[in-house]
Design a protein around this ligand. Structure first.
Ligand SMILES: C[S@@+](CC[C@H](N)C(=O)[O-])C[C@H]1O[C@@H](n2cnc3c(N)ncnc32)[C@H](O)[C@@H]1O
Length: 195
């Protein structure tokens, strides 16, 4: 990765750590991915040659920057959704500063509602928003997945009760292969093959 972008990400990590430690209101915290998880998500995106990525939960654009830096130059595009106007604006600012905004379509709104109006196909989906809506969102996304698609979700170990519905759905879909990786807050990795 371009060293300037890596530097920018390091600064975002530092700023978010300070911000989140001081911010008492959970919905205003940035809650960025752990750097190691971001590195792994980037490896998955690059090695699978993902071209149409959907991210649910943009926050300030930290993970979108990782994704755009990973696939943008090879023709990959990211559509990223967040319902917070404040975070949506921050993500716009940060992506603009890195020169990566050209690869990212930032959408403001409730993810379930936005997903209803997306056509797909997506070959890479990354869930990083509220875990309880994820099963409904995945149901809406199933017909919008490419014949082969990676479907990732963070917080698989940190929020076991909230993510239980999503994980049991992924485990029970016959077209899905699934593994839970104990990196960061726990990354659920599924590969859907409907060819
Ligand atoms: C964990 S943070 C995302 C962190 C981001 N992926 C990163 O690593 O920088 C979760 C985000 O999801 C957003 N969110 C939560 N539930 C949502 C929903 N139902 N629709 C849209 N956005 C949602 C929150 O506003 C928050 O910014």
């Amino acid at each position: 990765m371009n060293p300037e972008i890596r530097n920018f990400l390091r600064k975002l990590e530092e700023r978010a750590r300070i911000h989140d430690a001081r911010e008492p209101e959970h919905s205003r915290k940035l809650l960025n991915l752990e750097p190691e998880t971001a590195e792994l998500v980037s490896i998955f995106a690059r090695s699978s040659r993902a071209r149409r990525i959907l991210e649910i939960g943009t926050s300030n654009g930290y993970s979108a920057i990782w994704l755009a830096a990973s696939v943008g130059q090879d023709g990959g595009r990211i559509l990223s959704i967040d319902r917070s106007l404040e975070k949506h604006k921050l993500a716009h600012e940060n992506l603009l500063a890195t020169g990566l905004l050209q690869y990212v379509d930032l959408r403001l709104g409730d993810a379930t509602e936005v997903i209803k109006n997306l056509s797909g196909p997506f070959d890479f989906v990354f869930f990083d928003a509220d875990r309880t809506s994820a099963p409904d969102q995945l149901t809406l996304l199933l017909p919008k997945l490419a014949p082969q698609a990676l479907v990732l979700a963070d917080n698989a170990l940190s929020h076991p009760e909230e993510i239980h519905g999503y994980l049991s759905m992924v485990k029970n879909l016959s077209q899905f292969q699934h593994v839970l990786i104990p990196v960061g807050k726990g990354l659920s990795v599924a590969f859907a093959d409907t060819r």
